[in-house]
Each structure stands twice: as C-alpha cells, then as structure tokens.
Design a protein. Structure first.
Length: 188
C-alpha cells in the first residue's frame, strides 16, 4: 500500500509541478518556474523509498510529506501565501517541527531493536527527536538564506526577526513531539 501511495502522489505532484514549470517558463516568471522545478525534485524524492528494503515511514508520514511540499512550494511560494498571510511561514515551521519529530520516532523504531528499546532512557528519545527537528529547522533557515543570496530575495523578508520566529516555531513543534515520544516510550 505504501508503494502505491508513493507512486501515485509522486506522479501527481510531478505532473502538477511540470505543468506549472511550463506555464511559468512561458510567462517568463523566473521566480515561480524555479520553485516549480524545485517542486518536481522534492516530489520525486520519496520514490527513492521504493528501493529501500524496509521503509520506516508509515502512510500518514508519507502523506504528511506531500502536504508539506504542496503547502511550501505551491501555496507558499507560487500562490503567494507567504506574502499574503503573515502566519503562513511560522505555521509551516511549526508543522515541520512536528513532522520531522514523527520521522524521528519512525527512524528510532527502525534502528533500535525492540529488545533494546526497554533500556533506552526517555531523555535519549526526547533529545533524539528534538535534535532532528531542530536540525531540520536550522538547515531550512540556511536554505532560505542561501536562496536569498543567489536566486530570490523573498524568503527571509523579515531578516533576523523572520529567522528567529521560524526557529522558535520549528523548535516548538519539535518540542511537542519530543515530549510525546518520551511519554509514550513504553509503547514505542
């Protein structure tokens, strides 16, 4: 079932972003066609999971990834939600913190054998999940900074203030899932 969802969502998103790429290339809108090109690449990324022996990500995480791709590339950048709705950017950083935290839980379940989990401290789980969320937030901010230096000047409209809000919201989302994962330790 996971394979079908990955294939269907990837193909639909790739076709959608390819259509947008062609549309904005014809309109000579370089900012939007570059986002559409990036959308094609990130839509195809989960296809690599088809070649993994044991895909650790469940269906809600896979669908959550495509929700994030749609909300950032199409709604956020192409449909101007980042500009029109000031809360959009912070909301997505909060979502990303939660999403990456759940990915951390899935990776924990994959790489820590069931027998060994009982000996793992709640704090280790907490710190692992939180560190993944924080790392994703920092890497995203580096991406935004590099993007503004090279291609566009719209990703960090608020400068340091925008960066700090993004980090705070990403950290908050990750913190919630870290608390959840440490409380649920016995079930993981």
């Amino acid at each position: 079932m996971k394979h079908k969802i990955i294939i269907i969502f990837s193909l639909v998103f790739i076709a959608f972003m390819t259509g947008l790429l062609i549309f904005y290339l014809k309109k000579d809108d370089s900012s939007r066609w570059m986002v559409a090109l990036g959308g094609i690449l990130v839509s195809a990324l989960p296809i690599s999971l088809l070649f993994v022996k044991n895909n650790p990500f469940n269906i809600p995480i896979i669908i959550g990834y495509y929700v994030f791709v749609f909300c950032t590339t199409f709604l956020g950048s192409i449909a101007n939600f980042y500009v029109d709705f000031k809360w959009w950017d912070s909301g997505l950083h909060f979502y990303k913190g939660i999403f990456v935290g759940f990915m951390g839980i899935a990776l924990y379940k994959l790489y820590i054998p069931q027998k060994a989990r009982k000996d793992v401290s709640r704090w280790v789980i907490f710190l692992f999940v939180l560190s993944l969320s924080v790392t994703a937030t920092v890497l995203w901010e580096i991406y935004e900074f590099a993007g503004d230096l090279t291609f566009t000047h719209t990703m960090q409209r608020g400068g340091n203030k925008d960066t700090m809000y993004d980090i705070i919201f990403g950290l908050t989302g990750g913190l919630l899932i870290s608390i959840y994962s440490s409380v649920q330790k016995l079930k993981l």
